[in-house]
Design a protein around this ligand. Structure first.
Ligand SMILES: Cc1cc2nc3c(=O)[nH]c(=O)nc-3n(C[C@H](O)[C@H](O)[C@H](O)COP(=O)(O)O)c2cc1C
Length: 351
């Protein structure tokens, strides 16, 4: 019996999205402070198998299942979350300065479709808070930091400066950095999908990386709504410039695949859609990236992975690693363990 789905989820879903998020985080902290609880959670969620390990971008991942950006926005719960068996955790998105994000309500669950619409607007406490957290609680797992611009940055120069600041402050404290250029809830973010501007930002970050002793992978997270030609231009740039990989995908502006009444959809309003309806789009994009790049650019497949079978399919489609967010909310922490067990079973059956 999945205790989360039977008891905790119905309780959490009585609250609004923001409140449910805060309650979950508080419950995790309380559970983590009970003596022996954390070793037990770790033990329960551990699935050992050499076949689960992955060497990607020069890093050794214990398994390919990551937590996508947005859940541990402020870099406060990565060690507790990693107890649930993730192979890596993406924190953020983090901006140089703290920002409150959009007014609430800004998270809307659509249980009938196993989906979420959010317009958080990259609310976060800023990179300095994240660094202080990492210093006080050194990560026991691979940490990727998602970085973004502050929403108040308007000129191109300010945007470049924001990414440069977030990148250089975080570089020494995390294992890899993902440049978020694809948040549908931040005005002007789509200008970064034009390769001419994106390359200015990324060239700056890649030059900065040369100043550090240790090489760390830099990835770009793309939107599922990007025009095919824009995507191919970005992929060409990534392959030429030394970008280490692509995260595909962020949430979508599209409402395709939702079966709820159109009035409910319009009541929710703007925001990025995640969860089950996104899956077809994200896997198609992963397939395209794999084919277009000839497998030369590692892909982190993300978007609508709700079952172990979909996780395996995403990896088969060309992803080297995968990430979940909405699946974790609907299926609970057991999803990570189930995916790993399924992958282990598939690999045993193959050998
Ligand atoms: C409430 C919420 C907040 C999110 N915040 C971020 C964010 O700050 N940065 C980011 O790159 N992606 C963010 N995402 C997108 C997820 O990382 C992921 O790309 C997307 O939800 C698709 O995966 P999923 O269907 O497994 O949720 C957020 C998603 C949700 C649902």
């Amino acid at each position: 019996m999945n205790l989360y789905k039977v008891f905790l989820r119905p309780l959490l879903f009585r609250f609004g999205g923001d409140a449910a998020h805060n309650i979950t985080m508080a419950l995790m902290r309380i559970a983590g402070s009970i003596p022996l609880a954390r070793p037990l959670i770790r033990f329960w969620n551990k699935v050992n198998a050499p076949s689960l390990q992955r060497e990607v971008f020069g890093l050794s991942f214990p398994n390919p299942v990551g937590l996508a950006a947005g859940l541990d926005k402020n870099c406060e719960q990565y060690n507790l979350l990693s107890d649930y068996g993730f192979g890596f955790i993406e924190v953020g998105s983090l901006t140089p300065e703290p920002q409150p994000g959009n007014p609430k309500p800004r998270i809307f669950r659509i249980p009938k479709d196993k989906a979420i619409v959010n317009r958080m607007g990259i609310n976060n406490k800023g990179v300095r808070h994240a660094i202080a957290r990492i210093q006080s609680d050194p990560p026991s797992c691979i940490i990727s930091a998602s970085i973004a611009r502050n929403t108040k940055s308007t000129s191109d120069q300010e945007v470049i400066r924001d990414y440069r600041t977030a990148f250089s402050l975080l570089y020494d404290f995390v294992d890899m950095i993902t440049v978020n250029i694809s948040c549908p809830n931040v005005e002007g973010m789509s200008s970064l999908e034009e390769v001419s501007f994106l390359s200015e930002v990324l060239d700056e970050l890649l030059s900065l990386r040369l100043c550090y002793d240790k090489y760390k992978p830099v990835l770009v997270k793309v939107s599922p709504d990007i025009e095919p030609e824009q995507l191919d231009n970005i992929l060409d740039y990534c392959m030429m410039s030394g970008i280490d990989g692509v995260v595909a995908t962020n949430t979508t502006r599209s409402r395709a695949g939702l079966s709820v009444h159109p009035q409910k959809i319009s009541d929710i309003g703007n925001g990025g859609l995640s969860g089950a309806p996104l899956y077809n789009k994200s896997i198609q994009m992963v397939r395209h990236i794999k084919e277009y790049t000839g497998g030369r650019l590692p892909i982190v497949g993300c978007g609508g992975i709700m079952t172990p079978e979909q996780a395996a399919e995403m990896l088969d489609a060309g992803a080297s690693l995968i990430q979940v967010y909405t699946g974790f909310i609907y299926e609970g922490p057991a999803l990570v363990r189930k995916i790993k067990r399924h992958l282990r079973k598939l690999s045993t059956a193959k050998s």
